[in-house]
Write a protein that binds this ligand. Structure first.
Ligand code: PXP
Length: 256
């Protein structure tokens, strides 16, 4: 099993102020040091988080491999071909959505055309290809027919299931889709909405060889890093000329 860390939301925090921190390029280095097998980024057409500068620098500096998520649109495929990431995952994209809401609608002839054209261009550029789809039999079959190397099964319905029975049913759908993908010669990936609490049954599914996880990891990074960050700022503030620590108030040292 490979774990790809999606660092889009490091860029989301930066874009909240349109400044230069936190830098997703630095975040990618840290994720790799933590054992990530690859870095996933989604260069959205509206550039709401990752931007062209990030994509370019990440392509030049990531040492594991980049899984580049993009819409099946010619101008996005142009960028992928130029950056030559290790892998490209085609995803549906709507401007109004908060995040990718469903898999590619491969039942639609126009989507199939756009995906097929994009796949052929990516393949010609030597980029491994994957399609983000809902875990259903037809979508897996259509992905194989279109000639993708892999499918990424959308785990959002599993993640959002509100009862144990619903969760078990969604897990069974994922298992069946993974088995079908494997039987058709596709590599099987999974992702979306996976968290520290719900990832284990998905990581245990036969044939799933790659997970893409972003929001939960970036969320945890904010919390596990905040205590240290507050301490570091406090020590700078108290080191300013004229500042004295309150008598009797112990301030824990950095790294305590
Ligand atoms: N896989 C795909 C195709 C995605 O679009 C996303 C979200 O950008 C993810 C995985 C990661 O989802 P999450 O941020 O919920 O872990």
């Amino acid at each position: 099993m490979r774990l790809y860390i999606n660092i889009d939301h490091v860029a989301t925090v930066r874009q909240a102020r349109r400044t230069d921190e936190p830098d997703p390029v630095r975040a990618a280095v840290l994720a790799e040091l933590g054992g990530a097998d690859g870095i996933t980024i989604h260069l959205r057409e509206d550039r709401r988080h990752i931007d062209d500068r990030d994509a370019r620098l990440l392509a030049a500096t990531v040492r594991t491999g980049i899984n580049f998520e993009l819409a099946a649109a010619a101008r996005m495929v142009d960028i992928a071909v130029e950056l030559a990431p290790m892998q490209a995952t085609l995803v549906p994209e709507k401007r109004e959505e908060v995040t990718t809401e469903g898999g590619l609608d491969l039942a639609s002839p126009s989507v199939r055309d756009a995906v097929g054209t994009s796949l052929r261009r990516l393949e010609a550029a030597g980029i491994r290809t994957s399609l983000f789809i809902d875990p259903d039999r037809d979508a897996v079959g259509r992905s194989a027919k279109l000639g993708a190397n892999a499918v990424e099964l959308h785990t959002g319905e599993y993640a959002n299931a509100s009862s144990d029975a619903e969760k078990a049913a969604e897990l069974a759908r994922l298992a069946a889709a993974a088995a079908r993908g494997h039987a058709l010669g596709l590599a099987v990936h999974a992702g979306h909405g996976l968290t520290y609490e719900n990832v284990t049954p998905v990581a245990a599914l036969p044939h799933v060889e790659e997970l893409n996880i972003g929001h939960s990891v970036v969320s945890r990074a904010v919390l596990v890093g905040l205590e240290r960050a507050a301490r570091e700022m406090k020590s700078i503030v108290l080191a300013a000329p004229g500042q004295v620590a309150e008598p009797g108030r112990w301030i824990p040292p950095i790294g305590y």
